[in-house]
Design a protein. Structure first.
Ligand code: SF4
Length: 168
């Protein structure tokens, strides 16, 4: 229900992380030119000796490959080699991104806005930015009353009072 805040996009027109293919099996990215961006270039016999891979992991292409690449200006014009960072929970981010493309997500967003509008109304129109009563019980009473008022208002819109004869 919450969109991923993605900062991987680039504003200078160069390729962003989305243009690179993630190869989970080999723990590497593949660039649009088919070259691998790897986390390690050597294998550690003792896994504790290498970088831990926790938090944010950096993947890098070979400097020599990038220097000779015809697409370097579109990929990493200001660096010797292209680097891409990947967060520890990137798989979960991708699941959220995929969900955000579905119709159900659009419906969820509309419903979320409906709920948030009610809270905005409570705060701005009914003045519940601050509570008058103290403590959780006081807050509960105030919110219950305010929600009742909101529901009555809604009901009045759905079922308007019958017009008396002679009134416009
Ligand atoms: S500059 Fe390097 S990473 Fe970028 S497309 Fe070329 S080879 Fe791949």
């Amino acid at each position: 229900h919450i969109p991923v805040i993605d900062k991987a996009g680039r504003t200078d027109g160069t390729w962003s992380r989305a243009d690179f293919e993630w190869d989970a099996r080999n723990n590497q990215y593949i660039c649009p030119e088919g070259e691998a961006l790897k986390q390690f270039r050597r294998s550690y016999s003792d896994p504790n000796r290498g970088p831990t891979g926790k938090g944010v992991v950096k993947y890098q292409a070979l400097k020599l490959t990038c220097q000779a690449c015809p697409s370097k200006s579109k990929c990493c014009p200001n660096a010797d080699a292209r680097k891409i960072t990947r967060e520890e929970h990137e798989d979960a981010h991708q699941v959220a991104r995929d969900i955000a493309k579905t119709r159900q997500y659009d419906i969820s967003m509309k419903l979320r806005k409906k709920v948030e509008m009610l809270f905005a109304h409570l705060k701005r129109i009914l003045g519940l930015g601050r509570l008058r009563l103290r403590g959780p019980c006081g807050a509960n009473d105030e919110f219950l009353l305010a929600a009742t008022a909101q529901n009555l208002r809604k009901l009045a819109k759905i079922f308007p009072a019958p017009q008396k004869p002679g009134t416009a």
